[in-house]
Design a protein around this ligand. Structure first.
Ligand code: NZQ
Ligand code: ZN
Length: 383
């Protein structure tokens, strides 16, 4: 196991009715800006619960953060904050709203020339407004991590800093009952790939992280299809919600190598073609597994055995079977598994390659050895 320092400071309020708990988590002397998306929270009772919880606070709202949050929209919130002197942010929504709020929190305190440089030039975030969140879509883990992804035109870029980690997160599974089957599936698949990118690398004898990761994968394989088949089952939603949070709250990623190649290639698919985040991952991951099988051999075999019980056959046969089972799970979740499924082909690969190059994605993977040519091979394997 590699050395690490770990702290996750986000206080979690889990379960039905827990939105009320934010009343005590936000100091009464704060002026709160509630930030949300396209209005789903006004249809499922979440907005009313947030309003009730903030009855003793001074607050206002900023709506319209879009999926894959856009820089220009977020900067409008920054302007409002500066003009009206808000000093606490509450994100209410999915990963896009939470990520967008994280960027707003940092940009509002940014003293440099252009807040876009927080993403494009990875400028250090010296300060950020405090923020909390009410999660309504289990998927990204953003509710209790320090990362955020923001888009501007075709550029979809990430930044990470402790300064924007939510101070608290409300996870009430009943809020997820209004999700469309597409968003439920997206969430399960995104969480699955988060675990895989921290697990499917090379062994470092990190038994806690490995077995914890395997437990999360098994949960998602078991509960994901149930969430589509029996969408009213609250126990299923609760387990998915807690699993998705654990998938990317930092815990399974400590002391182990990471491979975010699938995410980095996926971001270019979203940036150029607007494909939902999770649906880019279900296309790219199987191709990464195929193309990087030599680097990942030991973990692929462990994954095959411990997740799918595959013990028979040659090394290649076991790995092929594990990849097929992964694809079958994605198909069960009704997400695309090839570029052709989203009507992309050979000619689109050049577009993706130039985006990868312009974003400096030239040394991806757990060994930093996935060159542009290797990414091309991965995309060709995904055709
Ligand atoms: O905007 P509203 O009206 O709220 O509708 C949203 C949106 O249209 C809707 N939705 C959310 N909760 C709902 C609901 N509809 C009905 N009932 C509910 N309870 O779902 C749609 C998608 O929401 P979005 O927030 O975009 O989805 P998700 O949570 O999957 O977030 C995706 C974003 O997170 C980034 C992705 O790149 C993408 O931009 N990620 C962030 C990460 C992080 N911060 O650690 C890691 C991830 O890898 C990911 O990259
Ligand atoms: Zn993701």
């Amino acid at each position: 196991m590699q050395k690490f320092t770990y702290q996750n400071p986000t206080r979690i309020h889990f379960g039905e009715g827990q939105i009320a708990a934010i009343a005590n988590d936000i100091p009464k002397d704060k002026k709160v800006l509630v930030i949300y998306g396209g209005g789903s929270i006004k249809k499922n009772g979440v907005y009313e619960q947030v309003s009730a919880a903030l009855a003793s606070h001074e607050w206002a709202e900023f709506a319209g953060v879009e999926p894959n949050p856009q820089y220009d929209t977020l900067m409008k919130a920054v302007e409002k904050i500066r003009n009206e002197k808000f000093d606490y942010l509450l994100a209410v929504g999915g990963g896009s709203v939470i990520d967008g709020t994280k960027f707003i929190a940092a940009a509002a305190c940014y003293e440099g020339e252009d807040p876009w440089h927080i993403l494009a030039k990875q400028h250090t975030v010296e300060a950020a407004l405090p923020l909390g969140c009410v999660l309504t879509l289990p998927a990204t883990g953003s509710e209790s991590n320090k990362g955020a992804v923001v888009s501007r035109g075709k550029d979809k870029l990430a930044f990470m800093t402790d300064k924007v980690q939510p101070l608290f997160a409300v996870l009430d599974p009943t809020t997820t009952l209004s999700l469309s089957p597409r968003q439920v599936a997206n969430g399960v698949v995104d969480a699955f790939v988060h675990v895989m990118e921290q697990y499917l690398t090379f062994p470092v004898n990190a038994k806690v992280q490995d077995r914890f990761a395997e437990g999360l994968l098994l949960n998602l394989i078991e509960e994901g299809p149930k969430a589509l088949a029996t969408p009213d089952d609250l126990d299923v939603r609760a387990n998915i919600m807690w699993t998705a949070t654990q998938a990317l709250n930092g815990l399974i990623g400590v002391g182990v190598p990471h491979d975010w190649a699938t995410h980095m290639i996926g971001h270019e698919l979203t940036g150029n073609y607007g494909i939902d985040h999770a649906r880019t991952l279900s296309i790219v991951l199987p191709a990464v597994m195929k193309e990087r099988r030599a680097d990942k051999e030991a973990k692929l075999l462990q994954y095959a055995e411990r997740i799918f019980g595959i013990r028979e056959g040659s090394v290649d046969e076991r790995i092929d079977a594990a990849i097929e089972r992964t694809i079958a799970f994605f198909k069960e979740m009704q997400v695309p598994t090839r570029l052709a499924d989203v009507k992309l082909g050979e000619s689109d690969i050049d577009v993706l390659m130039s985006s990868l190059e312009s974003h400096g994605m030239t040394a991806l993977g757990e060994h930093g050895n996935i060159t542009l040519n290797d990414s091309r091979a991965i995309l060709e394997a995904a055709l």
